[in-house]
Design a protein around this ligand. Structure first.
Ligand code: MGD
Ligand code: MGD
Ligand code: SF4
Ligand code: MO
Length: 749
């Protein structure tokens, strides 16, 4: 087991979902050197400049050191006892007066650790609410919803298997900058070098990924539906469907195929997408006739027609036989799922009181949160607990969020820094950082192997008052009286190992069957005390509750098939701080499907009409921009100079140009702007002044502002917060914000 003393430590990066392994040299509790950890089985030594800058995350001027309470306009230091008892009391009062629907929990989309969200959702459920808001529902709702229909369960998330593909299509994904696959830059370099492999980029702009691609289809922004329909038509015209695959693994294609009858592929490609027909035919051939994988991302997910585009992408995968196969698109193995199955057709699924909106995968969309507070419904939202999430910079419409937070009866923020959100909350509770705790995420995302890393602390707590996020939530749960009195024997049992503890734990639950629902809390409390970490205890709970295929795979790897399995797994997890192969799912990826016959269920009734309605004529009409907003703002480029809102200290970008708006040279000439000029950008939401950066990476007609700007570091606001420029109402039918298509105009100042 590692502790926080000086020397080289094994950890991992917490700045994106790849969680690359890091070796970290610590002196006097400060990070002095960082390098990629070659012993990490997933990342194999890979890092990027963000990971190498992790010291700025660990310690910076904004780190929180003790609990705060808002009095008037300022925050004052208070004790933990006061903070927890006042929060518990206020939650109880709100519940008594307004009922369960008043409560929302926000978080869980965190890139570095997710142990606290499990308890956060327990607290929410004990309060009687299901209003869980997360970042996941402002990027992935559309694809999760489509996945749910096709795979039979929303929590089955499908992902590209890029490393095993011969043709990799980056569709609205800028992997060179954003990663999103293990060791992405290595993967892109390998594709470029290997003559049998091809990288295709489908992106309106010459992105840093397009710069390294074999083929770049620079389609007109927002025309992906037309391109997808055309590609499917070309496949049908050439007889490139995989008939055997369709017969064995797909239901419903015969009901969808007629939707492509008569579609004029050439006209769509040339007149709408503004592409060369022959180029698209060649790309289509590569997708259909080689081992291809399509990696789509925010250029699709946060854009117009996202739901039908996700559907068309899955149809394309299914008819070319690229689903559930190596090097195609797979359902990865997992220890715990990313969310739950909340099918909106089930009348038991909750909806919001104001928008009547449903959750996808258990998650409500942050774009509607302000409206769910700012209304006069008797059951409107009145209390928010937000953890590891910064809605005041990350979610659309900062102004609406400011108003909403001010209108709440109670707001609690669990954070490592005095974030823009923390600044507005009634109570701010200091969490240990991910480098000071044991924690893990659900982003392992491989198949069939399942790699697991429980990150171990590499630093001593920055303050003796900071606590594990999960421990903070457990304190609130206890203060509200949700935990029964627990026997001393249960606390003691953990000192004799996991097997001994679980024996006692099971005995307790047998004797107290009414406490079953609270089992995870009881485990967190009692085993957490014995292990000195609630998060560690929660990992044992996850192993205990793991799925049948997970356990079977672990047994195949040599873990005992009986009750000792959990202790053995726990020991190997602790002994391998860099992560390890923990289980192996069945080779047959179709076995993961939740459909009855283990086939893909391709027909989605609700999408037939919108798919039919998207014609060449309607798209030409709908693609028109309003006359007073002739440009498209790409609100939030995930560039190598940002790490969402996590790296706050601008020092890490010293000597780099960061707070600029990228613009194509042709647009700049039209507007009379030069590189370095100040320009004013105006959207329907607001306006801002920003420095122009003329860039080959900007498409004509589009301007780009980096994600994560406008942070208030050490009291000073740096750069433009792009979410001030986005209206909460700029969203689609799943309430996903249209961040990749905000109409705007730009003028010199
Ligand atoms: N360095 C860095 N990496 C990150 C992050 C970060 O903050 N910094 N954040 C992480 C997170 S949370 C996420 S979700 C990912 C996001 O990762 P990405 O989705 O790769 O990020 P974006 O910068 O949105 O890139 C989307 C691409 O879509 C293109 N695009 C825009 N409009 C269209 C269109 O109409 N059609 C098509 N086909 N393409 C279009 C854009 O030009 C852009 O190149 O990045 C992760 N990685
Ligand atoms: N306009 C626009 N907005 C966007 C995007 C965009 O492209 N355009 N991208 C969106 C995307 S894809 C995403 S994923 C979201 C991300 O938005 P968020 O979910 O808000 O996530 P982060 O910015 O990664 O981190 C949120 C907070 O977690 C805190 N944190 C870090 N470590 C810990 C810890 O150990 N404990 C606790 N309690 N807190 C910790 C950080 O200090 C930070 O304030 O932003 C979205 N917002
Ligand atoms: S930011 Fe992502 S890709 Fe870069 S080192 Fe961290 S986990 Fe790896
Ligand atoms: Mo994201």
């Amino acid at each position: 087991m590692q502790d926080g003393s000086s020397g080289w430590k094994i950890g991992s990066c917490v700045l994106c979902a790849q969680n690359c392994g890091l070796e970290i040299l610590v002196e006097d509790n400060q990070i002095v050197r960082v390098k990629g950890d070659k012993s990490n089985p997933r990342s194999q030594g890979y890092t990027c400049r963000k990971g190498l800058s992790i010291a700025h995350y660990a310690d910076n001027a904004d780190r929180l050191r003790y609990p705060l309470k808002k009095i008037g306009d300022t925050h004052v230091r208070i004790s933990w006892e006061q903070a927890i008892s006042e929060i518990a009391e206020k939650l109880q009062k709100i519940k008594d007066k307004y009922g369960s629907k008043s409560f929302a929990y926000m978080g869980g989309g965190s890139l570095g650790g997710q142990m606290e969200v499990g308890l956060g959702l327990r607290l929410l459920s004990l309060l009687g609410s299901r209003y869980y808001y997360s970042s996941l529902a402002q990027e992935f709702s559309n694809i999760f919803w489509v996945d749910g229909r096709i795979a039979g369960k929303q929590s089955l998330v499908s992902l590209p298997d890029g490393h095993n593909a011969d043709t990799l299509v980056a569709w609205g994904w800028n992997g060179w900058m954003s990663h999103q696959e293990p060791r992405t830059r290595d993967l892109i370099r390998e594709m470029k070098k290997n003559p049998t492999k091809r990288l295709i980029v489908i992106d309106p702009r010459f992105s840093e990924t397009a710069e390294r691609a074999d083929i770049h289809l620079a389609l007109k922004a927002g025309t992906d539906t037309m391109l997808l329909k055309a590609i499917i038509r070309i496949i049908l015209d050439n007889g490139w469907t995989d008939e055997e695959y369709l017969a064995d693994h797909v239901n419903g294609w015969e009901k969808i195929a007629p939707l492509f009858d008569g579609f004029e592929a050439r006209r769509a490609i040339e007149d709408v997408c503004m592409l060369n027909y022959e180029d698209v035919v060649e790309v289509t051939r590569l997708i259909a006739q080689t081992k291809s994988s399509i990696h789509e991302d925010l250029g699709i997910y946060m854009n117009r027609n996202s739901t039908i585009n996700c559907y068309l992408l899955h149809i394309l995968r299914a008819i070319t036989g690229r689903f559930c196969v190596e090097g195609g698109h797979v359902f990865p193995s997992f220890l715990f799922p990313m969310g739950s199955n909340t099918d909106e057709r089930n009348p038991k699924t909750w909806r919001t009181v104001h928008n009547d909106m449903f959750p996808v995968m258990g998650v409500f969309p942050p774009a509607i949160f302000p409206e769910e507070v700012l209304n006069d419904h008797p059951e409107r939202l009145r209390a928010l607990i937000v953890s590891a999430c910064n809605p005041l910079r990350s979610y659309p419409d900062t102004l609406a969020y400011e108003k909403a937070l001010a209108a709440l009866d109670l707001s609690v923020c669990i954070e490592v820094v005095y974030s823009e959100t923390a600044r507005l909350c009634d109570y701010v509770l200091p969490s240990l950082s991910y480098l000071e705790t044991y924690d893990t995420t659900c982003f392992s995302f491989t198949y069939p192997e399942f790699y697991f890393q429980l990150r171990q602390p590499v630093l001593e707590p920055i303050s003796p008052e900071a606590k594990e996020g999960a421990a903070i939530i457990l304190e609130i749960i206890k203060a509200m009286g949700f935990l029964p009195e627990l026997p001393e024997s249960l606390y003691k049992a953990g000192e004799n190992g996991i097997t001994a503890y679980l024996g006692e734990f099971n005995q307790y639950l047998t004797n107290n069957p009414d406490q079953g629902r609270k089992a995870p809390l009881i485990l967190a409390e009692t085993l957490g005390k014995a292990l000195g970490s609630v998060n560690q205890a929660l990992v044992v709970g996850l192993l205990l509750n793991s799925s049948k295929p997970f356990k079977a795979g672990a047994v195949e790897l040599g873990y005992p098939a009986d009750f000792n399995m959990f202790e053995e797994m726990y020991k190997s997890i602790i002994n391998k701080p860099q992560g390890l192969l923990l289980s192996k799912f069945p080779e047959d990826n179709f076995s993961m499907l939740a459909t009855e016959d283990k086939k893909l269920s391709l027909y989605i009734e609700e999408l037939v009409e919108p798919l039919e309605a998207a014609t060449i004529e309607s798209e030409i009409r709908n693609l028109e921009l309003p006359a007073n907003y002739p440009l498209i703002l790409h609100s939030g480029l995930h560039h190598e100079t940002v790490a969402n809102t996590i790296l706050r200290n601008p020092e890490w970008n010293r000597s780099r140009r960061v707070n600029t708006m990228l613009m194509n040279e042709a647009d700049a000439i039209k507007l009379g702007l030069n590189d370095g000029d100040k320009a004013r950008i105006t959207t329907r939401a607001s306006r801002a002044e920003i420095e122009v950066e003329i860039s080959k990476y900007a498409a004509e007609g589009c301007v780009y502002i980096r994600h994560g700007g406008g942070l208030i570091y050490d009291g000073e606001k740096i750069g433009v917060n792009v979410n001030e420029l986005v209206l909460a109402t700029d969203r689609d039918e799943m309430c996903t914000p249209m961040h990749r298509r905000i109409p705007c105009r730009v003028e010199g100042v």
